[in-house]
Design a protein around this ligand. Structure first.
Ligand code: NOJ
Length: 579
């Protein structure tokens, strides 16, 4: 078998960049509601996380990112924050956070927390004060209040729609009972958008960042990092069907949490509430706040912006450090699409000196062990349920997920792993309607299932109540019976299990410093094969239907059995090539 090497796609080298840990880190996302529940009330908590951190150190990740655990009415699972500087009693206390962070640091794990600056909860003191004072007050100016249209102001100020479905404006009832102004909420009506043109808002968030930096956090994942500035005049906007998140698509398409990335090549016109130039000034400011602290603190943008060359603006040297690569997450499991997105990612981020990131799953998307085997279009955020079209074959999904993860973890840059993907967890499709909690489900009258299916509490022990999530058997979303088979203890030490695969890949990745490596494409193995060498390890993924003959070498790890020197369909192998 002859294979040809193509020119290297260069990413910055370790020596050129010093020891900035985040350039190559594998960051594990903990969704606190669903990770581990020490109190036994059915919702995960911070002490539960602390008690389970050893298993993440053993898995071999470098850092954890915690989705919000702040004081919140939990209308959007904590992304509706009522106090940014305290812990919701549901999850514990600030002292519990400190204990968690200390334990993580003892284990060599960095800690990233989530910051939600686009909107607060309507229960936040800032909003409560805003609605208790008259139109035009300084308190109202914290948020996006506007008079309605029409003679009596009973029409919303513009036609924008909420990402979760329905209108993006809600009308206030003033304290005297009369109908009043409208406020903007790009998400749920319980999540009013802040007005980031207001210097007062900026000052509050500098203080919030410092509150957590002083406590010792290593960085922030920034929610809706493309949404904080709205176009002046708030013009009406009608998205083009099938448009893109950072471009012409918008929440108003009514199909996704944050509309899907459909075209990676064009810089399309921007929706008036996404990716406005003004956001960059905010991140330059935040960059200086972080830079005043020692120890390489980081900002990671959750910005659904395309194409990647535009997303790269979020990670220019004086802005954020990382941005989630959702274009990669949304790439279909085919050779040409994957090769193209990997090339585009590395070069777009390298053009501003940033590492590429890679991600396949999170708490907003259908888990990749199901998504990669869907046979019908499924817009991001829509979720899947019993009546969805094109439901996945679970075996095929798991096969592909393992192969996709093995491909991702071989790439240079930083990778994100969502809790449970190391167990091969699929999306939970058969959740009873009455159990669903995602605002998307309610705001679309059940037309979109939403994101609950990827948020079900994860299994630790096959034979314990709630599969070891807690000791009582309670669970805020029901766990499927077959999850016993996915439990961590059922996989630990079991050859060929998904957990052992991740552990082996992460160990090899660390040993060979793949995160700081350089990707060199290998061609000649066929259209459906994605093959490259990184830091001496050859990664070959077969996305096609027919087995592929492998070059001679030693198998270091493999997502499925490699028989007689040939790589089966939907399998990825890591090889040390023969000299
Ligand atoms: C993105 C978060 O990941 C998602 O869970 C949340 O609903 C929205 N932003 C609004 O905060």
């Amino acid at each position: 078998m002859t294979i040809a090497s193509e020119s290297a796609v260069v990413s910055p080298t370790a020596s050129a960049l010093g020891t900035e840990w985040w350039r190559s880190a594998v960051i594990y996302q903990i969704y606190p509601r669903s990770f581990a529940d020490l109190t036994g009330d059915g919702v995960g908590d911070l002490p539960g996380i602390t008690a389970r951190l050893d298993s993440l150190a053993a898995l071999g990740v470098d850092a954890i990112w915690l989705s919000p655990f702040y004081t919140s009415p939990q209308k959007d699972a904590g992304y509706d924050v009522a106090d940014y500087c305290d812990v919701d009693p549901l999850f514990g206390t600030l002292a519990d956070f400190d204990a968690l962070q200390n334990r993580a640091h003892e284990l060599g794990l960095r800690v990233i927390v989530d910051i939600v600056p686009n909107h607060t909860s309507d229960a936040h003191r800032w909003f409560q004060e805003a609605i208790a004072t008259p139109a035009g007050s300084a308190e109202r100016a914290r948020y996006m209040f506007r008079d309605g249209k029409g003679a009596s102001g009973d029409l919303p100020p513009n036609n924008w729609e909420s990402v979760f479905g329905g209108p993006a404006w809600t009308r206030l009832t003033e304290p005297d009972g009369t109908p009043g102004q409208w406020y903007l909420h790009l998400f749920d009506s319980s999540q009013p958008d802040l007005d980031w043109e207001n210097p007062w808002v900026r000052e509050q968030f500098r203080d919030i960042l410092r509150f957590w930096l002083d406590r010792g956090v290593d960085g922030f994942r920034v929610d809706v990092a493309h949404g904080m500035i709205k176009q002046a005049g708030l013009p009406d906007y009608t998205p083009t069907p099938g448009g893109s998140m950072g471009g012409s698509g918008s929440a108003a398409e009514g199909v996704s949490l944050e509309p899907g990335i459909s075209d990676h090549s064009e810089d399309q016109p921007t929706a008036p509430f996404w990716a406005q130039d003004g956001v960059h000034e905010i991140y330059r400011d935040w960059h200086t706040v972080l830079a005043a602290y020692d120890g390489d603190r980081v900002l990671c943008a959750e910005a659904w912006v395309e194409p990647l060359s535009k997303l790269a603006r979020w990670v220019r040297p004086d802005e954020m450090h990382q941005a989630f690569n959702f274009s990669y997450l949304e790439t279909p499991w085919t050779g040409p699409a994957l090769r193209r997105i990997i090339d585009d990612s590395i070069s777009a981020f390298a053009s501003v000196g940033a590492p590429s990131t890679w991600v396949l799953s999170n708490h907003d998307v259908v888990r990749h062990a199901s998504r990669l085997a869907l046979t019908a279009e499924n817009p991001q955020g829509a979720g899947i349920g019993p009546n969805s079209a094109g439901l996945p074959d679970p075996d095929l999904g798991l096969h592909r997920a393992r192969a996709a993860s093995a491909l991702m973890l071989g790439l240079p840059g930083s990778a994100y792993v969502y809790q449970g993907e190391e167990l091969g967890l699929p999306e939970v499709i058969h959740l009873p309607d009455a159990a669903r909690q995602d605002p998307t489900w309610f705001r679309t009258n059940g037309e979109r299932y939403g994101r609950d299916g990827c948020r079900v509490p994860i299994p630790w022990e096959a034979d314990a109540p709630a599969f070891g999530f807690n000791a009582t058997g309670e669970s805020w979303l029901p766990q499927p019976e077959e999850w016993a088979g996915y439990a961590r203890d059922a996989q630990l030490g079991v050859e060929g299990s998904t957990l052992e695969l991740y552990t082996a890949l992460l160990a090899l990745r660390r040993e060979s410093d793949l995160g700081m490596g350089t990707l060199e494409w290998i061609t000649g193995l066929g259209e459906s094969v994605v093959a490259f060498t990184n830091a001496g390890i050859t990664v070959i993924a077969n996305t096609g239907q027919v087995p592929v003959e492998l070059p001679l070498g030693t198998v270091l790890a493999s997502s499925g059995p490699v028989i007689g020197g040939s790589l089966p369909a939907d399998t990825t192998v890591w090889l040390k090539l023969a000299e």
